[in-house]
Design a binder for this molecule. Structure first.
Ligand code: PGA
Length: 302
C-alpha cells in the first residue's frame, strides 16, 4: 500500500465532496455540523496528502482546481461503490444473496427438497443453491465435517448431542408390490405373512433400510432379502417387474401409485409414521440463506 493510500480516508473525502458540492466551506460546515476551521484543516490535510491544491479561493467562494475536479469524479465512484457494498452486506445479512448449502438423503433430495427449493428460489432469486443428494450416513458425515449447512433426512441418529433436529413434514413408509401381487387386494395383512415374501432392500447407510430393519427386529420377525439396490428408482423398477416387495417412502411413489404401476399393501402396523427432519450443528451460527430456508420449510407444507 502506498503512503498516499495509507493517509487517504473516507471521512476526508466526504468533507471534500461536501465543500465541492456547495462551493463553500461555511455551507459544508453547516451541512456536516462541524466548525468551518475544522473543515479547512481536513481540506489542507487532504491537499498535503495528494500533493496539490484542490480548491482555489475567490472571495468567499471556492472553485475546484483541475486536480479537485479529478478527485471529485473519483469520489463519485468511491461513494457509489461504498453504497453498493453496504447494500450487498445488508442483503447477505437478510439472506437475500450468498450460497445455500443443503444436503439431503436420497429420498428427501429427490422427492421433498426440490419443491421447497422452488419456493425458495422465487423468494430469494439471487441466492446460489447447492443441493447434494446422498444416502443418510454420508449426509450426516458431511454435516459433521461442516461441508454443508443444513441436512434434510428421514431417520435421525439416536444420540448425537452436537445436532439440532427439527421435524417439519410427515414421512410415511409403505410397503409396495406390483398390481398383480397375491397380496395386492388383501386387507389387514399380518406382519407374520411377510416372512413368505422376498424383500428388496436399499443399500446399507440408507435411512429407509435402517427404519425397516428396526421395525422387523422390534416385531421379532426375520424377512427374506432377495436383493439390495442402491436407489429408490431401482427399487421401484424391480418391484414393478415382479422381483419382490419393498418398503419405501410414500412421497417416492406418488406418480406410480396414481397411475397404478405399483400398489400399497395394507399391512398391520403400516404405514410407519415418521417425519422429515431439518438437521444442523448446535454450536454453529447458520449462514443467513440457511436460516431463511429453514424458516421457509417450517412455514410451508408442500
Ligand atoms: P434414505 O433415507 O433415502 O437414505 O433411505 C430416507 C428416509 O430415511 O426416509
Amino acid at each position: 500500500m502506498s503512503r498516499m493510500e495509507n493517509k487517504l480516508n473516507l471521512h476526508q473525502l466526504q468533507i471534500f465532496r461536501t465543500v465541492a458540492k456547495h462551493s463553500s466551506f461555511s455551507r459544508a460546515a453547516d451541512e456536516l455540523i462541524i466548525s468551518q476551521p475544522a473543515i479547512s484543516i481536513y481540506v489542507k490535510q487532504l491537499e498535503k496528502t495528494v500533493g496539490t491544491p484542490l480548491f482555489e479561493k475567490v472571495g468567499r467562494q471556492v472553485f475546484l482546481t483541475e486536480a479537485g475536479h479529478c478527485l471529485n469524479d473519483y469520489c463519485e465512484r468511491i461513494f457509489a461503490l461504498l453504497r453498493e457494498t453496504i447494500q450487498a452486506m445488508e442483503a447477505l445479512k437478510a439472506g437475500e444473496n450468498g450460497t445455500l448449502r443443503v444436503a439431503a438423503d436420497t429420498t428427501a433430495g429427490v422427492y421433498v427438497v426440490p419443491g421447497y427449493l422452488g419456493l425458495f428460489r422465487r423468494t430469494y432469486p439471487k441466492v446460489t443453491i447447492s443441493l447434494e443428494v446422498n444416502n443418510r450416513s454420508t449426509v450426516l458425515k458431511r454435516l459433521l465435517l461442516r461441508e454443508t449447512d443444513l441436512a434434510i433426512i428421514g431417520q435421525v441418529p439416536d444420540n448425537e448431542a452436537s445436532l439440532q433436529v427439527v421435524p417439519f413434514l410427515s414421512n410415511e413408509l409403505v410397503i409396495i408390490a406390483p398390481p398383480g401381487h397375491r397380496l395386492a387386494t388383501r386387507k389387514n395383512i399380518s406382519v407374520q405373512e411377510l416372512t413368505e415374501e422376498t424383500f428388496l432392500m436399499r443399500e446399507p447407510g440408507s435411512g429407509t433400510r435402517a427404519t425397516a430393519e428396526r421395525f422387523f427386529t422390534l416385531q421379532g420377525i426375520q424377512i427374506q432379502v432377495g436383493m439390495e439396490l442402491g436407489s429408490n428408482s431401482a427399487i421401484k423398477q424391480a418391484v414393478a417387474n415382479g422381483l419382490g416387495i419393498a418398503i419405501i417412502s410414500r412421497q417416492a411413489i406418488t406418480l406410480e401409485h396414481r397411475c397404478g404401476s405399483l400398489v400399497i399393501l395394507d399391512v398391520e402396523g403400516f404405514p410407519l409414521h415418521r417425519y422429515w427432519h431439518i438437521v444442523h450443528l448446535h454450536n454453529r451460527a447458520l449462514p443467513p440463506p440457511a436460516v431463511a430456508f429453514k424458516k421457509l420449510m417450517l412455514e410451508n407444507d408442500i
